[in-house]
Design a binder for this molecule. Structure first.
Ligand code: SF4
Length: 484
């Protein structure tokens, strides 16, 4: 029986990765490779839009980058400029029409956009635009930006983008492509990363620098919070700061879990940050054991740090199967921990008779963590101690990360002792907020999912509406599909 089995681990999920390349003879191929490197940021949909200065071409669909594109499709994506997107979407919202890039033809010409983030007032704006007769083709918040651009009275496309973005609130890293420009923008608090790079004479932008490495590009710098970069042929990028300055709120989860360890994010090396989190955790939550075992892959660098700091041997007692697709043929029989076992397996010869410290980045619902603890016990562990490289995850994210509603987060209703009992672990230790911030440095981080203190204020009823929206899924209002 073919079923859609949720094989993602019980963690928040990154919703998007974005990439752009300007003035490169193989723009579509570079975007394809860039998206390949960003695949971990979204596996539901992928898309690329290109421009040859006259026409725009695009392809987007559900699936992995390698499923959506082939040589024939890439050849049709002509031009020397391209933007691309990988997306993870919430349940019930995986339709192709929600895949990006979004593309419009307006009186300003063609404009394509890719977005990483989440606009907290999108549904308000959308309601108003609907009332005034706008027709939406998707349920994505990103489309709101294009409507606002199309309606702006400003003369240039740059000014129209600024005009649109001053009306939205929340998290956005965006790359726009027009007939003759690529424009990259990061919201004033800089929730989501966006970096600028160079590839021979071309300019490249990406959610993470690992995409530059794959195509032998050079990382130049981060695009600053609130910065708009206008990239035109033969010119150095023009940097503007068109928005009122706000205190930065970099998503700390990029370092805890989302970003690839070989990326530099918010100016910091991700693998090094994870090592530091592990070391701090070893200081704050020590326990005697035979092995420190990471839950792969995100726990690896933190476990190395923990093991070194605690002077306990590191061992790979859990192995991850990287080749599992989203749809899986589930045999007609009952196997314990089946969903987790498809993706993870314990190595009995390492674990049997040993006291194990399991290192993970977070516990969201707790269901998967419980299955992993159970699996390690079944492999013969004498003791299982769970250590988490972040504080209890007790509130939902509204800035571009797909998280369960608050009620489904185990730490929103249980204390550490109760969670430990639920997991069936011998002990459970979280990193403290102070310890986490101490390990990662003094930057202004967003830590709302650990504290419930949201950096972008919600207007009256907005948080309740967002929670309802998250719970019930997006309400489809679009009837006409131009792109999809
Ligand atoms: Fe990141 Fe958490 Fe803030 Fe969301 S709420 S942006 S996941 S730190």
């Amino acid at each position: 029986m073919a079923v859609h089995l949720d094989l993602r681990f019980d963690r928040p999920h990154e919703e998007c990765g974005i990439f752009g390349v300007f003035e490169h003879p193989e723009a579509a191929n570079m975007a394809y490779l860039g998206l390949y490197a960003l695949q971990h940021r979204g596996q539901e949909c992928a898309g690329i839009a290109t421009s040859d200065g006259q026409k725009m071409y695009f392809e987007k669909n559900r699936g992995y980058v390698a499923d959506v594109f082939n040589e024939e499709i890439l050849e049709k994506l002509k031009g020397d400029a391209a933007i691309g997107h990988v997306r993870y979407s919430t349940a019930g919202d995986t339709r192709r029409v929600n895949a990006q890039p979004f593309l419009i033809e307006s009186h300003r010409g063609k404009i394509a956009v890719v977005h990483n983030g989440n606009l907290i007032n999108a549904h308000h704006i959308r309601k108003n635009l609907n009332r005034e007769g706008s027709i939406f083709i998707s349920t994505s918040d990103t489309e709101v930006i294009l409507h606002l651009i199309a309606r702006s009275k400003q003369k240039t496309v740059e000014d129209a983008i600024i005009d649109a973005l001053v009306q939205v609130r929340g998290a956005y890293s965006l790359v726009f492509l027009t007939d003759d420009k690529m424009i990259a923008v990061r919201d004033p608090r800089g929730f989501r990363p966006l970096s600028l790079g160079r590839l021979n004479n071309a300019w490249i932008v990406s959610s993470e620098t690992c995409a530059f490495d794959l195509i032998y590009g050079d990382f130049v710098r981060d695009i600053a919070p609130g910065e708009m970069l206008i990239i035109e042929k033969g010119k150095a990028p023009l940097s503007l700061q068109p928005f009122p300055e706000k205190p930065p709120a970099f998503c700390i989860f990029e370092h805890i879990y989302f970003s690839r360890p070989d990326s530099i994010v918010f100016g910091k090396d991700v693998s090094e940050m994870r090592d530091r989190l592990g070391r701090k955790l070893a200081q704050e939550a020590p326990v005697d054991a035979d092995y420190v075992v990471p839950i792969p892959d995100s726990g690896i660098f933190a476990a190395l740090g923990y093991a070194d700091e605690a002077n306990i041997p590191f061992n790979l007692g859990l192995i991850r199967n990287h080749y599992v697709g989203r749809t899986f043929i589930e045999p007609e029989m009952s196997i314990r921990h089946f969903g987790v076992k498809v993706k993870l397996n314990a190595i009995r010869s390492i674990i049997e008779g040993k006291r194990i410290i399991l290192i993970d980045d977070s516990i969201v619902r707790g269901v998967t963590s419980k299955k992993i603890v159970d699996m390690v016990r079944s492999a013969g562990a004498r003791e299982v101690h769970m250590r988490i490289t972040s504080p209890p995850y007790c509130d939902s994210c509204f800035y571009g990360i797909d998280t369960p509603i608050k009620e489904d987060l185990i730490a929103s209703s249980k204390n550490v002792e109760e969670i430990c009992r639920f997991l069936g672990a011998d002990s459970l230790g979280y990193l403290t907020l102070k310890g986490m911030l101490g390990a990662l440095g003094k930057e202004s981080w967003c830590v709302a999912c650990f504290t419930g203190k949201y950096p972008v204020d919600f207007q009256r009823d907005e948080l309740a509406q967002l929670r309802l929206f998250e719970k019930n899924g997006a309400v489809a209002v679009g009837v006409v599909s131009l792109n999809g």
